[in-house]
Each structure stands twice: as structure tokens, then as C-alpha cells.
Design a protein around this ligand. Sequence first.
Ligand code: VIB
Length: 213
Amino acid sequence: MTETFFECLRRECAADWADATGHRFVRELCAGSIADAAMARYLVQDHRFLDAFLTLLGGAIASTDRFESRLRFGRFAGMVSGDENDYFLRAFAALGVSEADRAAVPDSAPTSGFQALMREAAATRAYPAVLAVLNVAEGLYLDWAMQAPRPLPENFVHAEWITLHDNPFFCDFVAFLRNEFNRVGPQAADQAREFFHRAVKLELEFFNEIHDT
Ligand SMILES: Cc1ncc(C[n+]2csc(CCO)c2C)c(N)n1
């Protein structure tokens, strides 16, 4: 079978994609051996990622050409605003990170870069551009979470972060995103490619930022 549009772009970014999905952060998280300080640094930044991410989902809701797709994005936005945000708050409590601690931490460069990219994609009002960023943010996370060795770590902070990105609802959503991207992406290939490449680079930089070395 010939390669899909999604597969073609992922192949173009294969080196960064593999460096991200096999990153030290991912390996230590999946082994349950990541230092609390590193996990806290990651989650503080990622909680800010979530804010712009919801803007991006809003862009998808606004720009998609199908009612069925709008419903799916709407359901997904509900999950992220509910269960996922709740995970962050429970994880901060478990790690002893107060609201004041969080507020004192500036955005890292990759966090700012990602927020800008997601807001830029949403502002294009172009469905293929929005889908390009969503396919990276979701597809790359499903990819590493699926590969996590079982049994999962005992600590809920680690285990739930993995299952949030590898569960039937999420797998279905990623499959839906790929179908949508393959359907409409080729009609705006250059724009989609540019957003896709920038997003993969930022995912890797986001993980690189967590560790001191
Ligand atoms: C830098 C960064 N990139 C991608 C994700 C993945 N992600 C963000 S929101 C969401 C929806 C449901 O979990 C998913 C998969 C992340 N968390 N952080």
C-alpha cells in the first residue's frame, strides 16, 4: 500500500520523532525511576501547554467541515478540561508543588514556542494546519505510551500519565485525527508540512528542557 500523508510527514521527521518517543524522560517515566523534581518541572510546563492546546481544539471545532468531527473534538475538549486537568492538580499535590511554586516558574522556551505555534495554527482558521499540530501532539504521545513496558509503575503520577495517552478513547481519537489529516491535508500540503515539522521539533525540545544534562 502507498504511504499516507501522515506517514509521509512522519517519515520526513523520523529522526526527531524517534528521539522524542525514545527520550530519556519517556524511559525514566515508564520505568517509574524519574526524579520527582524532573517530573514536577515537566508537569508545570505541560500544564501551560494544555491551555494553548484547548485553544487549538477550539480552532479545530471552528474550522472542520463536518458536524461529526465537531462533536468528536467537543467530546475530546471535555475530557482534557475534566479528567486531564484533574490529573495535573492531583499530581501537583502529590509532588508538593503549590500554586505559588508554579506561578514562580517562568515558561521555558519550548513551552512558549509551542504555545505560539498552537495559537498560530488556530488563528489560520485552516483545518489542515490545525490537524498537523494535533497529529503531532497526540500521535507522538500515543506512540511512546503504547510502547511503555507493563506492568506500569506503581506511582499514580507516572502510571496515569501513561494511561491518559494509551487508552481506547485516546487510541480512537488519534485514529480519527489521522483519517481527517489524510483526507484534507494533501489539499494544503505545504502549510500542513510546515506546521507538522515545527511541532515535532518542539516536542523534542520540550523533553530536552526537563533534564539538566
Ligand atoms: C508537550 C506535549 N505534547 C503533547 C502532549 C499530548 N497531549 C496534550 S493534551 C493531550 C490530550 C489528551 O491527553 C495530549 C495527548 C502533551 N501533553 N505535551
